[in-house]
Ligand binder design. Sequence first.
Ligand code: MN
Length: 436
Amino acid sequence: MVKKWSIKDKYGAEFAEQFPEINPLILQLLFNRGLTTQDAIDRFLGPDYLRDQNDPFLFNEMKSAVEKILLAIQQGENIVIYGDYDADGVTATAVMQIALKRLGAERIKVYIPSRLTEGYGMNMEAVEELSKNGTNLIITVDCGISNKAEIALAKSKGIEVVITDHHLEPAERPEAVAIICPTLEKEKYPFKRLAGVGVAFKLAQALLRSDKKQNNDAFEKWLLDLVAIGTIADSMPLLEENRTLVKWGLIVLDKTQRLGLREIMNLAQVNEVDVHSVGFQIAPRLNAAGRMDHANTAYELLVTEDEAEALAITNDLNQKNQARQKTTEEMLKISLEQIGEPTAGDKILFSAYDGWSPGLVGLVAGKLSDKFNRPVIVFGKSGEEYVASGRSVPEFDITGALNDCREYLAEFGGHEQACGLTVVGEENYEKFKKIQ
Ligand SMILES: [Mn+2]
């Protein structure tokens, strides 16, 4: 589909007169983004760490979350951080683990599901296993909001759950001790577009600021390298609070003491720490773990304090990233042959193949969506199951569209721009494809 360009209006003379010190090109870019007052421009160009961030206690249930977690630490409970396998998820897991350790928690474990065998979010088997291991409290990061059934199971086994998430609100709210999720309709927190790691950081910040034993102001800021990586990797808009977190996060990343991040930047030959190097050099290597094998290694890389381990994991992730690139290119070639020349009637494009990995279909869908400028869903078939990822264009809410044809889907979820879904059986698959 040919792209139609609509050029934004040029700003007027009156606007220019107000800001004689700003380069006209930059002024036009600011104008295009709707940044037209001195205050908005100042905040955009020079975000201030304290001024341009929201108080974490503005979250409706932050106080309950903090009280519950501090009590659990005090009582020596077994705490599990339930994370996610992408770069946002593993950085969120690391932020929470590092903060809890600082607060004196001794019995912390991390559970990241396998992208290839368990899929996204909480699952019943994992909750059963955590229950057998004596878990008292689960803190979710970058997931949990749509896991009503799993959280009910945990509750029935005497496990309490604090949710931190940034995904869309499900029809039914889970019964958690506290839910920290800026996208909820009733949530008063003023900024809605935090990444999973951004939400985890806000909880960490609230906990660290509630610590009566020590001052954690500097410690809090040293977590921002992880926040920047997850926020950029999850393609969150770099506006408002995200802009502040990422601006300071990149400064921290440049000086990071984390051995794993140092090794990865070394190997990837990162010269300048910026949004581009994080998005194209660091994040893909972290993501490669979950896509090709298991995200635990990416998490270990972020928290390791052992030089030899940091180096070994970095080399492993680098190899996995190369294998990931090669396989993705092969898949893309096949997809392009399958799709051919789409007509105007093909509103959504599909591609499917036996044995394609659920860890890679999303990457191919993203490349195809960019190329054809329309929504694309790519399936990996395994027996009766079709596991897919979809990527959309800004004009089309793909997860909302899936909701309209949920009768054919065994599972689905995601954002407006990206989704995951499972279809069982060829009959459902064929019906689903005809829906457009
Ligand atoms: Mn996320």
